[in-house]
Design a protein around this ligand. Structure first.
Ligand code: DGL
Length: 253
């Protein structure tokens, strides 16, 4: 495997760009190919077998680009497909899970609210995590939330109304932390922190970046010289999604 090959990173759509940012901060010399499966988004309301088939197809596209490692920058695709991807591919595969473990350490006697897609929360993988770290967790599937980010709406009235309505169910509940268990939700941090002032919002992005760095180091796959960068790809309309990915790549979160 060539150290100078790119790293493939994918999500159902634009959410994984939030992971890409953290990963590139840690690995500034690496070259990335980011693939958004925008045509088939959302994954989070599909069945496990559908999600697995979609993830395998994306992995094939990225393997054809000769990537040296694969980051599944999507909690939903990870829970449905990471085991199959690891069995099938001959390169390191890094996945994600809702950051319930780090959030559980922020517990101060209240509740930890976990936001993720319905598919992620249904999976056995999440049930196991929840058994271990979810003693104080409130679990909230958020069908329809990623679509705002896919449409480039990060702080408009429609997404605010969705979040206000959802959070009204927890009025009077002491929230010690909120887990952003879908990579799209990371782009809603600003609005969420306005609605929940002082409540820590926890995502798994930096954990994923650290894991990838470790695996590359151990495999002798770190790129030692040259400038890093990213190329964006989409299964959707490039005129719509490439500019959106570029915008999300740059905005302050
Ligand atoms: N961004 C994906 C995740 O982290 C899910 C969005 C979707 O439903 O496709 O789970």
């Amino acid at each position: 495997m060539d150290k100078n090959s790119a790293i493939g990173i994918f999500d159902s759509g634009v959410g994984g760009v939030s992971v890409l940012r953290d990963v590139m901060r840690r690995l500034p010399r690496e070259r990335f190919i980011y693939y958004g499966d925008n045509l088939n988004a959302p994954y989070g309301t599909k069945s496990e077998s559908e999600i697995r088939a979609l993830a395998m197809r994306v992995a094939e596209v990225l393997m054809a680009e000769d990537v040296k490692a694969l980051v599944v920058a999507c909690n939903t695709a990870t829970s449905a497909a990471v085991a199959t991807l690891r069995e099938t591919l001959s390169i390191p595969v890094v996945g994600m899970e809702p950051a319930l473990k780090p959030a559980s350490f922020l517990w101060k006697g209240g509740k930890i609210l976990v936001l993720a897609t319905p598919a992620t929360l249904k999976q056995h993988k999440f049930q196991l995590l929840n058994e271990k770290y979810g003693e104080h967790a409130l679990i909230r599937p958020c069908a329809g939330l990623m679509e705002f980010v896919e449409n480039g709406d990060l702080s408009g009235e429609p997404v605010r109304a969705y979040l206000r309505d959802m959070l009204s169910d927890y009025e009077g509940v002491q929230l010690d932390a909120v887990v952003l268990g879908c990579t799209h939700y990371v782009f809603l941090k600003r609005v969420l922190s306005e609605l929940l002032p002082g409540v820590p919002l926890v995502d798994g992005n930096d954990g994923t970046a650290r894991r990838l760095t470790d695996l590359l180091e151990k495999g002798g796959l770190l790129r030692e010289e040259g400038e890093g960068g990213v190329r964006f790809m989409t299964s959707g309309d490039p005129a719509v999604y490439i500019p959106l990915m570029e915008r999300l790549f740059r905005i302050p979160i």
